[in-house]
Design a binder for this molecule. Structure first.
Ligand code: HEM
Length: 284
């Protein structure tokens, strides 16, 4: 379901380009509606199962945490219950799975797909993780400041993959759809030195520290609709990225040429890579 959704919405619906057409039920729109319906049915079934199983006490997962928070507010007898209604719980779970998981999976697909193209970058990441973390434990979030090259390589992957997001900054008539062209920002020659070259150095300053908020890097968008999960996403992407290249060496499968974008013009959360074959070796 996730792949179908990413493909369908990533390629865009006709109404993304001509909003007036949103009232015409094209086949893309029908498919999108069905996917959303199936997705919410899945969430509702999960919630129902959790409701039957969770009898209070220490919560074991996100849904139980939300039930627990709701119960605590009820027990306290405060008015805050309107903050955690059943609708909030349903929507929060849906947000985490839709906004929160595909984006991360896509970034990991691209991280591997890109670093097989740049084995020297992959080697430097692995070497930095070996040196700072060693091989006896997994990288933790407290290692992040000590792994600037690893973080810079991850941000460089992100800056080369996200294309277009909606947001604004000008006086624009009500209900206008605004799409920010992240491509032009992430590849702007006035902001980046040789932006077309994949080079983690773009995200390091002269003293080797990570440039956390360089002008012209907005993968999480900005303004009122900025990504709510930005700090969680940065933390989990860092952990997954560092862990992957700590444990595995990825290289191109024989005969495979280049990792490329899947066909279609993406208007949603970025562009899908085409499926690519990859050789995976355990590093130790
Ligand atoms: C690679 C990781 C991620 C990227 C690149 C990303 C990017 C974005 C962007 C660009 C937007 C704004 C879309 C727009 O302009 O309309 C957004 C919205 C959002 N993101 Fe993320 N996101 C990521 C991960 C996450 C995670 C892990 C969560 C939750 C745990 C999350 C939750 C949300 C939510 C709830 C919104 C909607 C905010 C609103 O409309 O007020 N995202 N994300």
């Amino acid at each position: 379901m996730a792949t179908d959704g990413a493909e369908l919405l990533g390629n865009g619906l006709v109404a993304d380009y001509i909003p007036a057409l949103k009232h015409i039920p094209t086949s893309g729109q029908r498919k999108a509606k069905k996917l959303i319906k199936d997705f919410f049915n899945l969430i509702d079934n999960e919630l129902q199962e959790h409701r039957e199983q969770y009898k209070g006490g220490e919560p074991k997962d996100l849904v139980e945490m939300l039930f627990h928070a709701r119960q605590e507010i009820i027990n306290e007898g405060t008015d805050d219950i309107s903050m955690v209604t059943e609708t909030h719980i349903r929507q929060t779970v849906a947000d985490i799975f839709s906004a929160g998981s595909d984006t991360t999976i896509l970034t990991m697909h691209w991280s591997i797909g890109t670093l097989i193209e740049f084995p020297e970058v992959q080697e430097k990441v692995a070497e930095e993780v070996d040196r700072v973390v060693g091989r006896g434990r997994l990288p933790g979030i407290s290692d992040r400041d000590s792994l600037p090259y690893t973080v810079a390589a991850l941000y460089e992957v992100m800056s080369s993959l996200y294309f277009i997001f909606g947001t604004g900054g000008y006086l624009i008539p009500k209900d206008t759809w605004v799409l920010v062209n992240l491509y032009s920002m992430h590849f702007d020659e006035t902001l980046w030195d040789e932006p077309q070259k994949f080079n983690p150095q773009h995200f390091l300053d002269d003293s080797g520290e990570v440039r956390l908020h360089p002008e012209g890097f907005l993968p999480f968008s900005t303004g009122r609709r900025v990504c709510l999960g930005e700090s969680v996403a940065k933390a989990e992407l860092f952990l997954l990225f560092a862990w992957l290249f700590q444990h595995y060496r990825f290289s191109k499968a024989p005969g495979f040429e280049n990792t490329n974008y899947a066909e279609g013009l993406g208007l949603a959360t970025g562009n899908m890579p085409q499926d690519y074959p990859v050789v995976v070796e355990k590093r130790f």
